[in-house]
Design a protein around this ligand. Structure first.
Ligand code: FES
Length: 235
């Protein structure tokens, strides 16, 4: 197997060719934050939380393949400032209900904001207007909490091969939604819940209140969930 030799934070490493800097760093216990990356499932290199310094450049380590003689720095002031700005920008377009959010204290964005010592919202501007879709018997979607990491789409499509949700629109209007902006209850969703597990924030969560479950069941599209098997339409 062909190997490459390079350095992370002064530590000399030898890794198989094709290894990313993120994978190599984690193997030796160097923690680099990630939001969009989900090992073997999702790697769009879109969130930029995993930036590292290589020479004069800041590069997303999840998409950076190690090369011979590379000298990577993961914890310089420049890196910390860049990651902080990335998270501040994400927070500038994020629904501000962290204290009451179902994912509070279990949210990857909140955890990273704390680690980066972010104490106020630095950037204010236009905010995405999204919907809360509670039509499903099991999953609630809140688009205004979505950070567009794509982990739910990859999990639903590539892992579960269901393809109930996907990308829509472009630029600031980009969002995650079922095709044609249908309600989740009108899609092929099988209520497996894997998208909820993949979501780093509170944009997807389980329906908690049994009354809401019954309401969804009695609404126009009716599904009964048989464990994780495909949903069975009734009535
Ligand atoms: Fe690398 Fe999102 S984790 S860009």
């Amino acid at each position: 197997m062909e190997m490459v030799k390079f350095k992370i934070d002064g530590i000399e490493l030898e890794v198989p060719k094709g290894t990313t800097v993120l994978e190599a760093a984690r193997k030796i216990g160097i923690e680099i934050p990630t939001l969009c990356y989900l090992k073997d499932v999702n790697n769009p290199a879109s969130c930029r939380a995993c930036l590292v310094e290589v020479g004069p450049r800041l590069i997303a380590s999840c998409a950076l393949v190690a090369e011979n003689n590379m000298d990577v720095k993961t914890n310089t002031q420049k890196v910390r400032d860049a990651r902080k700005t990335v998270v501040e920008l994400l927070l500038s377009n994020h629904k501000r209900e962290c204290t009451t959010c179902i994912r509070s204290e279990n949210c990857e964005l909140q955890k990273l904001a704390k680690e980066l010592n972010i104490r106020d919202i630095k950037y204010e501007g236009e905010r995405t207007k999204g919907i809360i879709d509670d039509s499903s018997t099991s999953v609630v979607r809140d688009q205004e909490k979505c950070i567009l990491c794509g982990r739910c789409i990859s999990t639903c499509g590539n892992v579960q091969t269901v393809h109930a949700i996907g990308w829509a629109r472009r630029g600031f209007a980009t969002n995650v939604t079922p095709a044609y902006d249908r309600a989740l209850s009108e899609t092929v969703c099988v209520n497996c819940g894997q998208c909820i597990i993949a979501c780093p924030v509170g944009a997807l969560h389980e329906k908690e209140n049994i009354k809401d479950v019954w309401k969804a069941l009695n609404d126009k599209e009716k599904y009964v969930v048989v464990q994780t098997a495909p949903a069975v339409r009734v009535a």
